[in-house]
Write a protein that binds this ligand. Structure first.
Ligand code: ZN
Ligand code: ZN
Length: 164
């Protein structure tokens, strides 16, 4: 009998700046201070952050970094596969820092408050490789995004932490 096998919230590691520098270099990227601090902000967040969230966090931490630099840095880190963009719809894009460690995790997104819940499932992974195998594809990346109403909305009819 198959039991549902999924885990909520892919665990977020809090790598040190030194670890981040090493892993940037292992991706063939120069470990500039901006890149390292953008990754630090993402890694310290318990949630997915927008580019502006990252910028505000850096500024409030005393860094003098321009908004354009933050956008450029996130674009580069996304392109290199280090960070993944999560499209929330309504022109809202967030960034995922644990993509490198948890490339298979999916997202449940609340349409009301844009809250994101992460999950991983061995069964979905198995199904994806099976689909790829049967249709002759070698799977490189996948993204699973499920939209709906969060538990809070369903209970209270309103989300207390509405984004934007
Ligand atoms: Zn995520
Ligand atoms: Zn909600």
């Amino acid at each position: 009998m198959a039991t549902p096998s999924f885990r909520t919230a892919a665990s977020r590691l809090r790598p040190s700046a030194a670890t981040l520098r090493l892993s940037l270099r292992s991706e063939g990227l120069r470990a500039t201070p901006q890149r390292v601090s953008v990754l630090e902000v993402l890694a310290a967040a318990s949630d997915h952050l927008s580019a502006d969230d990252v910028w505000f966090a850096l500024r409030s931490g005393g860094a003098s970094v321009s908004r354009a630099t933050v956008y450029r840095t996130l674009a580069l880190l996304t392109e290199s596969g280090y960070v993944r963009g999560v499209d929330l719809g309504q022109d809202q894009k967030c960034y995922d820092s644990n993509y490198a460690d948890h490339p298979q995790h999916g997202h449940l997104i609340c349409e009301e408050c844009a809250k994101i819940v992460e999950f991983e499932s061995d069964q979905i992974q198995k199904l994806e490789s099976e689909i790829g195998r049967q249709l002759g594809f070698q799977i490189k990346t996948q993204r699973l995004q499920i939209t709906g109403s969060c538990q809070e909305f369903r209970k209270l009819g309103v989300c207390t932490k509405k984004r934007g």
